[in-house]
Design a protein around this ligand. Structure first.
Ligand SMILES: [Ca+2]
Ligand SMILES: [Ca+2]
Length: 434
């Protein structure tokens, strides 16, 4: 009964609001948070500051002739009302505002109203309620997290990085020349790291901050943290070799809900984890994989790099082929590294907001992105289930994979996961995810 009455009152308020606005407007506005589609952001919990608020225009506007726009925030508990007008950043499709700490918003329900008055007197408005919650124990990412991708792991104990052996196995460097292997390994690692950094410094402003850049505050590096004081914030993920317990897995790490463990070593211990480039052969049916690696693959009639005629010459076809192979392998590995790093940072929390972030709860979908309907999204994103991706998608053919705006908002400490649910989830065993 109470719910029914609430809904009726809500409808009445909306009805009068629409009637007050006069004739039906040709323009619509919708309030959104963190650039997340409204359908996915409905039950999100937000921190007291740092999140972004949008007024989305339908149809888009001409920023040279913007509507008169008023956004009002009202704390339901205290009645505190704040009007925002001049601090809105205007784009064609939306106006946006990052809520600063200085606004002093406190925990509880926040009513947000937006009214746009267009030239000619047309008015469009929207309002919604937002739930503000504190971060218990601090935000999940914070400011000091480091992820160290270690390409020097030597699990088989032969005194050489396993990754070098992987490259030889693919024919990308002849075992005859240790110097060549080291140089190719360094090139692939650098290319992969650059790809990871692009994922965490996303183009396209996923959270609609209105800023040129909005990088995640995590340092990604190929060397261990040099300072003792950085160690408590450093996670090591290794690249190289195979996991004998999980043949065919190109990578897996332990999922870390809420980034409860800032310092961790994903390379050693009971459950072996990391990236396993030697398993990329699972994609050998892909046209791109064939095209790129066949020239060096003895099994496909190729010649390992360093053993072919003209391999030591500065230019030529072989040189172009190896550069392309390094680039594709680096981009594929980097995409997988960005995905696994996401798991160690807490993506994607299983369940719906406010406990989860639309992460799957069972099987292969566990801790991977799903839609509010529990399906796989039509367009792939970086935290989809690993086996969904084709080799071409991992390589960024037709556009690189990105984090969903919701996942990015988590990485930027712009959403809060409900603490009581989190405690319950943490009690479940930590499992490795692909
Ligand atoms: Ca080794
Ligand atoms: Ca972690």
């Amino acid at each position: 009964m109470a719910i029914g009455a609430g809904a009726l009152i809500g409808l009445a308020v909306l009805f009068f609001a629409l009637r007050d606005a006069g004739p039906i407007s040709a323009h619509r506005v919708e309030i959104a948070v963190d650039g997340v589609p409204v359908r996915m952001s409905r039950d999100l919990l937000l921190p007291a500051h740092g999140f972004t608020l949008q007024v989305v225009f339908d149809p888009p506007i001409d920023p040279a002739h913007p509507p008169e726009l008023v956004v009002e925030l009202r704390e339901e508990r205290t009645g505190l009302t704040i009007e925002i007008q001049d601090r809105l950043v205007l784009r064609e499709e939306f106006a946006t505002f990052t809520v600063p700490e200085s606004l002093g918003i406190s925990e509880g329900l926040l009513a947000v109203g937006a009214r746009a008055t267009f030239t000619g007197g047309d008015v469009a408005q929207d309002w919604r309620r937002i739930r503000i919650r504190p971060f218990f124990g601090g935000p999940p990412i914070g400011a000091r997290q480091i992820i160290h991708f270690d390409f020097t792991i030597d699990r088989d104990g032969d005194g050489r990085p396993d990754f070098e052996h992987d490259l030889e196995g693919m024919g990308l460097a002849s075992p005859e020349s240790p110097e060549l292997v080291r140089s190719i390994a360094a090139s692939v690692a650098a290319r992969a790291l650059a790809r990871v950094k692009r994922a965490y410094d996303a183009p396209g402003d996923p959270n609609r901050t209105g800023l040129e850049r909005d990088p995640v505050a995590v340092r990604f590096q190929l060397a261990p943290a040099p300072l003792e004081s950085d160690r408590p914030y450093s996670t090591r993920i290794c690249v190289g070799g195979r996991d004998p317990m999980a043949p065919g897995s190109v990578g897996h790490v332990r999922f870390d809900l809420g980034n409860a463990r800032r310092a961790s070593d994903e390379c050693v211990g009971e459950s072996q984890a990391g990236l396993f480039p030697a398993e990329l052969g699972i994609y050998r049916e892909s046209a791109l994989h064939r095209e790129v690696f066949a020239p060096f693959d003895a099994a496909a009639g190729g010649v390992p790099f360093g053993e072919g005629a003209g391999d030591s010459a500065p230019g030529g076809t072989r040189r172009e082929q190896i550069e392309r192979a390094v680039a594709v392998l680096g981009d594929v590995l980097g995409t997988l590294m960005a995905h696994e790093a996401g798991h160690t940072l807490g993506l994607v929390a299983p369940g719906k907001p406010g406990a989860g972030l639309f992460g799957g709860e069972t099987g292969e979908a566990f801790a991977h992105a799903i839609t509010p309907d529990g399906e796989e999204a039509a367009l792939p994103s970086l935290m989809d289930r690993g086996r969904r991706f084709s080799f071409e998608e991992l390589a960024g053919v037709g556009g690189e994979l990105h984090f969903r705006p919701l996942d990015y908002a988590y990485l930027r400490d712009r959403v809060v996961l409900q603490a009581d649910k989190r405690a319950k989830n943490s009690a479940t065993p930590v499992v490795a995810v692909d």
